[in-house]
Design a protein. Structure first.
Length: 497
């Protein structure tokens, strides 16, 4: 084993921080796009005239394409080079966003959202891989991942804020076309500041069977949970998709064990700390995106907030998340390690969910504020630590696919959490109304709050379970950037980035 000298950076300090800014813009685009369209949906529905049953596909088309193609996107960035993959992802994402903003029919809008997901699957893991291979000095790496983790955690809430502002002040189409401006800025910055180097050694091969198995398995998984949201868990298409997903993903793992050029090299995921990080990101995504949806319903339907007011209501949570992200990466993670920090963040998030259960139809915003602040601090504690640990010490050849696993974990977790919590809430609402006839306006209002409370308790259970899993899986070894960077000298030469 050899340990490279990480005390001297490969690129000037100023250039590295400009690279971080470029990556941050790209990551913000991808993460906020999962929620920015939610607030615009009513206006888009009125404009294009699609039904309530079809409405979910505007959101699901993005998550289906994104979640199922992430591993392929990460591997492609390893094969064709970080900079080229990053630029292609930016241009494709911007073009798909413009197509959605110009949509004249429901079918055109859904197709554009799916195309956004395709290019997001290339852009997201490439952005994280660029960050992973650019920042190797421990202090700088901590700061960079603090920023990246804050964006990963707060992007959904920023999407709600931006979506509310654009929908109210301009038009729902701006929720999509605004990405063209973000992408243009990031493209220019990437041309100048994202490093590009020549490849060393032979070009690796793309694992076609593994790609098909992984993409089909992830597609079936996300589709199954999304379908459960609309048609229920007992629908044949729901459980059939989930069973098919299990079979395909098991076949994928078996194939990765025997193939010469695996899409997902198993050493990337079997490392104990890395596996714990992927699970933590998945659980956090499940609780986070599901709760964003439920709390948004509460603000808009129970408290009668406008879309803009709803976005502003999340601001204190975002501020607390950013503060916690900087504290955890710069002060706490080097001293305490992920074994303490990630479970602590999970417990704070669970406490926030319990605080949310205290809300009722007569509550005010100040009643929700403690829960929002606690949730923000919990998210800011979990995400940077988990993401940094998940990408630490990975062979540079596999930086793209390792980064893709982080995004896959968050996306799949978010899809599962949103579908599961929304289905549980809908069932609780129906049961409450059935038990409290006649269904007056007061009963319906109480039923809505009751359904949210059920979702909060389930989300609290997610985070509490995540705290236990993280506490057991993470190693006690002290977190160290320097000790984690190594390569096996007997392996093929690493790709240059």
């Amino acid at each position: 084993m050899t340990t490279p000298d990480i005390s001297s950076p490969t690129t000037p300090a100023t250039r590295r921080w400009w690279t971080l800014g470029t990556v941050a813009i790209a990551q913000l685009m991808v993460v906020l796009d999962a929620t920015v369209v939610n607030i615009a949906l009513p206006a888009a529905q009125a404009d294009l005239g699609f039904s309530d049953g079809d409405r979910q596909w505007v959101v699901t088309a993005y998550s289906l394409a994104f979640g199922s193609l992430l591993l392929l996107g990460g591997r492609l960035s390893d094969l064709i080079g970080r900079k080229l993959a990053f630029l292609i992802g930016l241009v494709g994402f911007a073009a798909a966003s413009l197509l959605g903003g110009l949509a004249v029919s429901f079918e055109m809008l859904v197709a554009a959202r799916a195309l956004q997901g395709v290019f997001a699957a290339l852009l997201a893991p490439t952005a994280l891989a660029v960050l992973t291979t650019t920042f190797t000095i421990p202090r700088e790496r901590s700061r960079a991942f603090g920023v990246f983790g804050a964006i990963a955690g707060a992007g959904g809430a920023v999407g709600l804020l931006l979506g509310g502002f654009l929908t109210e002040q301009f038009d729902w189409r701006w929720n999509l076309t605004i990405n063209v401006f973000f992408a243009a800025i990031a493209f220019v910055l990437a041309l100048v500041f994202v490093p590009a180097a020549s490849r060393q050694g032979p070009r690796p091969h793309l694992d076609i069977p593994g790609t098909l198995l992984a993409s089909a398995g992830l597609f079936a998984l996300v589709f199954g949970f999304s379908h459960a949201e609309s048609d229920g868990w007992d629908a044949p298409l729901t459980w059939g998709s989930l069973v098919a997903s299990a079979v395909l993903l098991v076949a994928f793992v078996i194939w990765q064990r025997v193939t010469t050029h695996p899409l997902l090299p198993l050493p990337v995921v079997v490392d104990r700390n890395r596996g714990a990080s992927f699970l933590s990101v998945m659980i956090t995504g499940a609780g986070m995106f599901g709760v964003f949806l439920i709390v948004t319903y509460y603000f808009q339907l129970s408290l009668a907030y406008t879309p803009m007011q709803t976005g502003v209501a999340f601001l204190p949570m975002i501020v607390m998340l950013v503060i916690a992200a900087q504290l955890s990466t710069n002060l706490l993670l080097p001293r305490l390690g992920p074994k303490i920090l990630v479970p602590a963040g999970m417990l704070m998030a669970a406490i926030a969910m319990v605080l949310f259960t205290r809300l009722d139809v007569d509550s005010a915003y100040l009643d929700a504020l403690p829960a929002l602040l606690t949730l923000g601090f919990g998210m800011g504690t979990i995400m940077p630590a988990a993401i940094q640990t998940a990408t630490l010490g990975v062979d540079r050849r596999y930086a793209g696919v390792s980064s893709a696993m982080v995004n896959t974990s968050q996306q799949v977790g978010g899809s599962i959490g949103t579908a599961l919590l929304n289905t549980l809430a809908a069932t609780a609402l129906a049961d409450y109304v059935a038990a409290n006839q006649p269904a007056s306006d007061a009963v319906l209002a109480d039923a809505a709050v009751h359904s949210y409370t059920v979702a909060y308790w389930w989300s609290a259970a997610f985070f509490a379970g995540g705290a236990i899993i993280a506490a057991f899986l993470f190693r006690r070894k002290r977190f160290s950037v320097a000790s984690a960077f190594h390569t096996d000298s007997t392996e093929a030469p690493a790709l240059a980035h």
